[in-house]
Write a protein that binds this ligand. Structure first.
Ligand SMILES: Cc1cc2nc3c(=O)[nH]c(=O)nc-3n(C[C@H](O)[C@H](O)[C@H](O)COP(=O)(O)OP(=O)(O)OC[C@H]3O[C@@H](n4cnc5c(N)ncnc54)[C@H](O)[C@@H]3O)c2cc1C
Ligand code: FES
Ligand code: FES
Length: 514
């Protein structure tokens, strides 16, 4: 699993090119199953980046990626332990070693950590520093709550978080002994590069953007051959998926990465879709939001949350910032897990998928995409191009709720989503969907039937709750018992009723007393 035959070469379509410490690196012969963490520690001997869990949970391996976004560079923290080296192509990588100035002075983020006593054993510290560095490069006055959210993917077992959060607040004022942000100045937030150093960084990244497909191949350590393709157009992606029906389609890798680091699977042929510009777009019209397969959870939830504020809350609860910065919304959908967070909400909002095979496409309602446990409608040679969320009707009431043991970084025991239209107090077109209650994300069709055409009053609830109990036969597992899941589903319907009916101890229908 090591990166063999690493050489500095000229630009080529069968070599990975990315920026590290301001210099373009070209790598040939890398095993595509190699993670960035392995490459950093074992090939480059940059051991500042640590391995804790190797599954995206602890944040010890956090690094920052700089990516072109128009005329500027966007800086985001990611977990290097589940990121494959070839996906660095065209990007700038920052590790904790990148931060110290050439004269040895500390970066303001590091200086603030020293001044606030934000480190004890130090194992988690490089990861915290890199999460703070991403924040420093992206925002100028984050609130304490925002800082907490941005550090949700970093675990520390000895310092305690208060000094680290203090450092986050103080890092912006660090001139003093520190080197200042010698890498580049913080963004002005106007979409323009703000310093000549950043302009140079933009230029470097531009020179790395390729038009054709990156194609790597080489012997796998365990025998056989590894192949990796990163096309840049949807047409090329479609052709590759058809001509390599057994290939793994790689998006953010936050599920697939663990197949390698935890399940020790050998991914022989991988097709990465993250470089396909057309799939990285969000387009919003009056009637719908369409989100391409390469759009991250961070960007997708941001776009959806502008129309459905509950996605903002769900966003804070979805994994951690480094995972959300890598993971895609379509990857969440395509992996077919019954406990993924996005599906109940998307199904209740009537989302559809555009599937593509070769030159042909077809639309499938998301609720029909799941056939059985981890079995989807996707045919051989087919992939998901985008997901479309309708924005009509306007009078719809929508809420989604995630129930898990912890607030941050936890997988749902139950996730419920409810959408109804109210026609003068009468329920129309209810769409209720739960994750964690069946082998697939599944609508509560009997409960919906019990609500359709009924007054949205407390007297409607007993029938609806009884129908909901018939809709699902949940299982006991490590996250929750079947009984707990049933009780939670029941209570979430009640909660939705209370939040949308204005019920205050006497029957009231959305502003209209009875
Ligand atoms: C620490 C950690 C915390 C997590 N927390 C949460 C959480 O709170 N909530 C939650 O819902 N999930 C969570 N996840 C799971 C994971 O992050 C999500 O499922 C994520 O959205 C997957 O997207 P990805 O782009 O990383 O997919 P990948 O790992 O790249 O792919 C996942 C699967 O989808 C397939 N695929 C991807 N894109 C396509 C496409 N366009 N067409 C066809 N197939 C495709 C891949 O082949 C693969 O089978 C967590 C994961 C980790 C490691
Ligand atoms: S090593 Fe724990 S998140 Fe990567
Ligand atoms: S300082 Fe020891 S784990 Fe954080």
């Amino acid at each position: 699993m090591t990166a063999s035959n690493l050489v500095e070469t000229e630009t080529s379509d069968d070599a990975v090119r990315f920026v590290l410490d301001g210099e373009i690196r070209t790598i040939r012969g890398v095993d595509p199953n190699t993670t960035v963490l392995e490459y950093l520690r074992e090939e480059l001997r940059r051991t500042g980046t640590k391995e804790g869990c190797a599954e995206g949970d602890c944040g010890a391996c956090t690094v920052v990626l700089g990516e072109l976004e128009g005329e500027r560079v966007r800086f985001r923290a990611i977990n290097s332990c589940i990121k494959f080296v070839p996906t660095l192509d065209g990007k700038e990588l920052f590790t904790v070693e990148s931060l110290r100035a050439p004269n040895g002075a500390l970066h303001p983020v590091q200086q603030a950590m020293v001044d606030c006593h934000g480190s004890q054993c130090g194992f988690c510290t490089p990861g915290f520093v890199m999460s703070l560095f991403a924040l420093y490069k992206s925002e100028t006055e984050p609130s304490r709550l925002r800082i907490h959210d941005m550090l949700a993917g970093n675990l520390c077992r000895c310092t305690g978080y208060r000094p680290i959060v203090d450092a986050a607040e103080q890092m912006y004022g660090r001139g003093g002994d520190s080197a200042g942000d010698w890498l580049h100045e913080p963004h002005a937030g106007n979409g323009q590069a703000t310093s000549s150093a950043e302009a140079a960084c933009v230029e470097r990244l531009r020179s790395l953007q390729r038009r054709g497909t990156l194609a790597l191949s080489g012997p796998a350590l365990g025998g056989g051959e590894h192949r990796y393709f990163a096309p840049t157009t949807v047409d090329d992606l479609a052709n590759l998926v058809q001509s390599h029906p057994n290939a793994y389609i790689l998006a953010g890798g936050t599920d697939i990465g663990l197949w390698v680091t935890k399940a020790h699977r050998d991914l022989e042929t991988v097709i990465y879709l993250g470089n396909v510009g057309e799939l990285g777009r969000v387009s919003t019209t009056e009637s719908a939001i369409e989100i391409g397969a390469a759009v991250t959870i961070t960007d997708a939830y941001d776009a959806i949350g502008r129309h459905f504020p509950d996605f903002g809350e769900l966003f804070r609860r979805f994994a951690s910032p480094p995972i959300r910065n890598a993971a895609t919304l379509v990857g969440n959908i395509a992996n077919g897990s019954p406990i993924g967070d996005s599906m109940p909400a998307l199904i209740s909002l009537g989302a559809t998928l555009r599937l593509r095979a070769g030159a042909g496409t077809r639309e499938v309602p998301l609720e029909d995409f799941y056939l059985a446990y981890q079995k989807t409608e996707l045919a051989e040679g087919e992939f998901v191009e985008s997901v479309r969320i309708p924005l009509t009707p306007t009078g719809r009431h929508f809420h989604t709720y995630k129930i898990s043991k912890r607030f941050d970084q936890d997988i749902s025991a139950v996730c419920g989503a409810f959408a109804i239209e109210l026609d003068g107090g009468t329920v129309r077109n209810p769409r209720i969907c739960f994750g964690g209650m069946a082998a697939i994300p599944k609508r509560a069709s009997q409960c919906e039937a019990a609500l359709e055409g009924k007054e949205w009053t407390e007297s409607t609830l007993p029938d609806a709750l009884a129908a909901l109990a018939r809709d699902y036969a949940p299982i006991d597992d490590m996250r929750a018992t079947a009984g707990y899941r049933r009780a939670v589903a029941h209570n979430l319907l009640r909660k939705f009723f209370l939040e949308t009916s204005g019920f205050e101890g006497e029957t009231r229908i959305l502003g209209r007393r009875r």
